[in-house]
Design a protein. Structure first.
Length: 228
């Protein structure tokens, strides 16, 4: 009993100094429920309460940072494993990938607009690179028939040189080949997230006199449909 009395007084004194429950428990090994009972009538000053609040916040931030580090590590592990599962792609696999990309992002011929050329649009430079590889190396379209178009919001006109540099560095086109640039009207109340300096608009890959190729691609898409 004497030991408990000594521990209780020590706990009260430590609490009055502004220590948290966890800090006190490191010095006095009792149950947290016991400590709570002992300290229920012990008040803290405004400064002591502020210190404990700051300490809790710092602890929460450390916990959040650790959780983020674990999540990033797990994400990298999953992505790394998935990447290895792809391995080397055959020419046929690349051919099918290109068809699927065009199916999703390519311009198709309309009944009221016959003779439409091949046009593929996206803002993802990796997707653009894969489509260009498919177009030039798999479908064997001559490079001189392929040209780029940039579509970007008009409030980025002052960044156009940077935008051209970006797309030139992410494709096989030289800066001098970016001769077709179109500016889109800006909405005042836009919900777009890509409005800062990381925004480079949309790149459209166009192929001259390619209506027959467009129809061929649609036929390939129909072939995939029949197999599904």
């Amino acid at each position: 009993m004497l030991l408990k009395y000594i521990e209780k007084n020590k706990a009260i004194n430590l609490r009055k100094q502004g220590l948290s429950y966890s800090e006190i428990l490191k010095q006095i090994p009792v149950a947290k429920s016991t400590l709570s009972l002992w300290l229920q009538s012990v008040g803290l000053s405004k400064e002591q309460k502020q210190r404990l609040t700051e300490k809790k916040l710092a602890s929460a931030l450390r916990g959040s940072k650790r959780k983020k580090e674990i999540r990033i590590a797990l994400t990298d592990e999953v992505k790394g494993k998935a990447e290895k599962e792809i391995g080397n792609l055959t020419e046929r696999e690349l051919w099918l990938i290109g068809i699927a990309l065009y199916w999703g992002e390519g311009s198709k011929e309309k009944e009221n607009r016959p003779g439409s050329p091949v046009k593929f649009s996206n803002s993802d430079p990796d997707m653009i690179r894969i489509f260009l590889k498919w177009l030039l190396e798999i479908v064997k379209v001559p490079k001189e028939k392929v040209y780029p178009e940039i579509y970007i919001h008009e409030n980025h006109k002052n960044r156009i040189d940077t935008v051209i540099d970006y797309w030139a560095s992410n494709t096989s086109f030289s800066k001098s080949e970016f001769n077709h640039i179109y500016f889109k009207k800006n909405k005042i109340n836009t919900k777009r997230k890509n409005i800062g300096d990381s925004y480079y608009g949309l790149l459209r890959i166009c192929v001259k006199t390619s209506s027959t190729l467009n129809r061929t691609i649609v036929g390939w898409i129909q072939g995939i449909n029949k197999c599904s």
